[in-house]
Design a binder for this molecule. Structure first.
Ligand SMILES: NC(=O)c1ccc[n+]([C@@H]2O[C@H](COP(=O)([O-])OP(=O)(O)OC[C@H]3O[C@@H](n4cnc5c(N)ncnc54)[C@H](OP(=O)(O)O)[C@@H]3O)[C@@H](O)[C@H]2O)c1
Length: 493
């Protein structure tokens, strides 16, 4: 249990899906685990509703989505007393005046200043308006206590990210801006740092001498889930690669940090993004493949989904081949892929090592030869598997690949906390290590910019080009085949 100063979390857009499914259940679990200060207030802000409806709605959300259900009446009552509500349009200046009064009232009751978190759980178009509204009444002006949390997407390209940043900087300083990438709150993602830097075993071989290539996959089995309108303006490259997959790439590719100080870790991650070789507009085809799922007799294709154009060229699948131009990684391909309606839900990193330099075993001993692999499963499986060759029992020397496994749920009795719990706790405590700094954000946009430009500029003539429940378009296989590689759709078998 960590002690921290009183905290007030104001959530803008509380009538939305994110608040109900993620934010309130996370705050509730933090309260149950006593990770929130005793003096705590969550203020919901939206353009409609009232406190009573908010409480009923949030109770429902917690019962449905919290990792601990059902909530006991006592624990809920204690938490519900810490909720308040304000109604108003985000461009109405009196909303911010009322918010200021409520915050001051709580601080006066507690007799001390609180850390004040302003969470943007609204569509990105109103982030700037809210930030300006806060600034107009002086909220945001305390550089130590006031923080703004911005949901993804942070811009839709480099230019719009810069514009949003300029807007936020009118009220907040960079060190007060917490850009959420919920992947960074996942235990299995944070464990990549533990694996790499708490052990002597891996670091000596974590480089171009031993690593042949790296695959990062974030595959979704689901389709749009009613978010057609949003997805049409986004696509897989912007929705997943620009943030989640590039952040994982940073954790795999970064140099050892000197300390776990926020800026030190973020500097090391930013260096990776800076070193990623930029793709020229004319070379996009060699480095990137896009896909869109079609229909089957039983399921609708992307173009038939609600809110989607009948001739949409938005990609629901993207695969990239990237290189990191530095001493550690020169020449090692990093393959990234993500997609909707794929064969199975799977977020995974595979480090594929080089083959042995000399094959001493007779050919029939090593028929089943394969390179060593380190497989990091992020979700839904949470495990790390080392795959290596062993001698098959028997009189003759025959080799077979076997797995050595570490599973989270077997090794630790405590269940993994939700990513949003970790992230919200870090915001309340003022630790920005797990949040993207603006230079990372901009570098990530720079990396995808030529691909985005090329794909937006030339609508696909081959869409739809993959079947639901498959592993994506053929072109993605060719992307790897050209380097003599193949996707590991089942890396541990
Ligand atoms: N949902 C997720 O799992 C998820 C995941 C990653 C990122 N995000 C990001 O998180 C943010 C919130 O997502 P969400 O799914 O909760 O969105 P949402 O369900 O569409 O609603 C967000 C909130 O914003 C309000 N709102 C919408 N348009 C508005 C406008 N023009 N002016 C004032 N208020 C407006 C809504 O009010 P009404 O209820 O009155 O319409 C609601 O309170 C978005 O930036 C999204 O990209 C969400």
């Amino acid at each position: 249990v960590r002690k921290s100063q009183p905290a007030i979390v104001t959530i803008f857009g509380v009538t939305g899906d994110l608040t109900k499914r993620k934010l309130l259940p996370a705050l509730f679990n933090l309260a149950l685990d006593r990770h929130l200060p005793e003096q705590f207030l969550a203020i919901g802000v939206a353009r409609r509703g009232d406190l009573e409806t908010f409480r009923v709605d949030m109770r429902e959300g917690i019962d449905q989505f919290s990792r601990r259900v059902p909530a006991s009446q006592d624990s809920w009552n204690a938490f519900a007393n810490k909720l308040d509500y304000l109604v108003g349009g985000f461009s109405d200046p009196t909303l911010y005046e009322r918010l200021l009064v409520r915050i001051r009232q709580a601080e006066a009751e507690w007799g001390t200043k609180a850390s004040r978190v302003f969470y943007m759980a609204t569509p990105p178009e109103v982030f700037g308006t809210i930030s300006d509204g806060l600034g107009a009444v002086g909220l945001g002006g305390d550089h130590d206590c006031d923080r703004i949390v911005v949901e993804k997407p942070f811009g839709t390209d480099l230019q719009s990210a810069k514009e949003l940043q300029a807007q936020l900087l009118r009220t907040f300083q960079e060190n007060q801006i917490y850009r959420i990438d919920h992947y960074l709150g996942k235990e299995t993602v944070q464990n990549i740092l533990a694996l790499r830097f708490a052990n002597t075993l891996f670091e000596p071989i974590w480089n171009r001498r031993y690593v042949d290539h790296v695959q990062i996959t974030v595959a979704e089995a689901v389709g749009l889930e009613g978010r057609g309108g949003y997805y049409e303006g986004s696509g897989a490259l912007r929705d997943m690669i620009q943030n989640h997959l590039l952040q994982i790439l940073c954790l795999i590719g970064m140099e050892p940090p000197v300390s776990f100080d926020a800026d030190e870790v973020r500097n090391k991650k930013a260096e990776v993004l800076r070193a990623v070789r930029r793709i020229a507009l004319g070379e996009v085809r060699q480095y990137a493949v896009r896909g869109q799922y079609g229909a089957t007799r039983e399921t609708t294709g992307y173009r038939q989904e609600a809110g989607v154009q009948a001739d949409s060229s938005v990609e629901t699948y993207a695969a990239l081949k990237l290189f990191i131009d530095n001493w550690r990684w020169q020449g090692v391909p990093f393959y990234l892929r993500t997609g909707k309606k794929l064969a199975r839900r799977m977020s995974q990193v595979v480090i594929s090592f080089r083959p042995v330099p000399h094959q001493a075993f007779p050919p029939d001993a090593s028929e089943a030869f394969e390179e060593n692999r380190l497989v990091i499963d992020i979700q839904p499986d949470e495990r790390i598997t080392m795959r290596f060759l062993a001698k098959e029992p028997g009189a003759r020397m025959r080799l077979r690949a076997v797995n050595m496994e570490f599973c989270y749920d077997q090794a630790f009795s405590a269940p993994s906390r939700e990513a949003y719990e970790t992230l919200l706790q870090e915001v309340v405590e003022g630790n920005p290590t797990l949040f993207m700094r603006i230079d990372q954000q901009e570098a990530a946009w720079e990396i995808v910019a030529p691909i985005l430009e090329s794909w937006l500029g030339t609508p696909s003539t081959s869409f739809p080009n993959y079947a639901p429940e498959s592993w994506g378009p053929e072109g993605a296989d060719l992307l790897l085949a050209r380097e003599g590689h193949r996707w590991f759709n089942n890396a541990v078998a």
